[in-house]
Design a protein around this ligand. Structure first.
Ligand SMILES: *Cc1c(COP(=O)(O)O)cnc(C)c1O
Length: 368
């Protein structure tokens, strides 16, 4: 790939604004929710879509490329919107029936064009299993070109490192970048992983904090040096409900498996729903800033772990309106729905109902 083409894709990807907002004297929020679906995954999805589009054109690929993505809510909407209208690519979003919020659902079921939503009568793990089986099915792969778009895909997680350079530059402009601590609410650890890659590339951040909800696998790893995946627990910050983070291996390898090297500059925190609620209420009452349940973990971790002389920036990974029902109930406010989100909600839901058995899913794809 030539430098000019890559540059164009990077600039296009970075066209979303991601401002830092002051919450208290030493804590700032890096708002990563100004993309089309109001969540930070937009930037990775858009970058991946543009990159795939570039290679399809360059290699003169004539067969349509099919992206399969299983989602519990946020990934599907970001990927669907990143790929919307991209020629030569069709996206199939598999989601568990009745298990994604109405706002999330309308973000990928109302698009039409090259986006097909498949409502699976099962849970998220069933959707994931269908996608995995499809990639391994020889007959299906001979019939159509398949690719994935989850956060283990380098093209999806790596461009998120731009965010951190951008944040550093903004904090530097404020004269606050000398002892910077970046705090990332984490689930699959793709986002924080991209920040750690950024640091390897030279980004001068002093240290990092991975903020978890009650899914405390990484937190426990930091304490004990042992990685013990568990079944995920359902929490208020549901985009971080991950019991076996798929990017842990990447962080581990980045440090040659050294627990000492990792704990030298990365610490962790874990918060149960009760604490998340209290944090959202306190933050709103004391500062007027509205946190979503994911950002709340990040804010609280900085409150608990920031040392004197340090300035902390936490990622606010989703707009509070994406979790409106919860945020309204917890804080007792009426979160305004941004126009972009309201527009999705006006659309008509279109999805294809399927069972969780692979035979049915395969038959459907073979007919496309
Ligand atoms: C995906 C997501 C996260 C977790 O990001 P990872 O890269 O999986 O660690 C946090 N908050 C929100 C709102 C998300 O959608």
């Amino acid at each position: 790939m030539d430098a000019e083409s890559l540059k164009r894709i990077v600039y296009d990807t970075l066209s979303f604004d991601c401002p830092v907002e002051r919450v208290t004297d030493n804590i700032y929020s890096l708002e990563l929710f100004h993309g089309p679906t109001l969540a930070f995954k937009d930037v990775g999805a858009r970058f991946m879509a543009r990159l795939l589009q570039y290679f399809i054109k360059k290699e003169g690929e004539t067969k349509e490329v099919n992206v399969l993505v299983a989602t519990s809510g946020d990934t599907g909407s970001a990927v669907a919107n990143g790929f919307l209208g991209v020629e030569g690519i069709h996206v199939y979003v598999l989601y568990p029936k009745g298990k994604v919020s109405p706002i999330q659902e309308c973000q990928f079921t109302t698009l039409g064009k090259n986006i097909t939503a498949i409502e699976v009568d099962g849970v998220f793990d069933d959707c994931q299993a269908l996608v995995k089986s499809a990639f391994m099915d020889e007959e299906l792969n001979n019939h159509m070109k398949l690719t994935s778009a989850n956060s283990i895909n380098v093209a999806r997680f790596l461009p998120q490192s731009f965010y951190y350079f951008n944040a550093y530059a903004r904090m530097k402009a404020l004269g606050l970048a000398d002892n910077l601590v970046m705090c990332v609410p984490s689930g699959n650890f793709g986002n924080i992983c991209s920040a750690l890659f950024g640091r390897k590339m030279g980004l001068p951040v002093k240290r990092f904090i991975a903020a978890n909800n009650a899914n405390d696998i990484f937190y426990n790893y930091l304490l004990s040096g042992k990685y013990e995946p568990k079944a995920s627990i359902q929490t208020l910050a549901n985009a971080m409900d991950v019991g076996d983070p798929s990017n842990f291996a990447r962080i581990y390898d980045l440090h040659n498996g050294s627990h000492e090297a990792i704990t030298e500059y990365i610490s962790g925190a874990t918060y149960k729903d009760e604490q998340i609620r209290a944090t959202m209420q306190q933050c709103y009452n004391e500062t007027g800033y509205t946190l979503d349940p994911h950002g709340a973990c990040g804010y609280q971790a900085l409150k608990d772990l920031l040392n004197d002389g340090e300035v902390g920036v936490f990622c606010e990974t989703a707009h509070p309106a994406k979790f409106k029902e919860k945020v309204d109930e917890i804080i007792g406010i009426d979160v305004e729905i941004p126009e972009r989100l309201a527009d999705f909600m006006k659309g008509t839901k279109q999805s294809i109902p399927l069972g969780k058995d692979f035979a049915g899913f395969k038959k459907f794809l073979m007919e496309q």
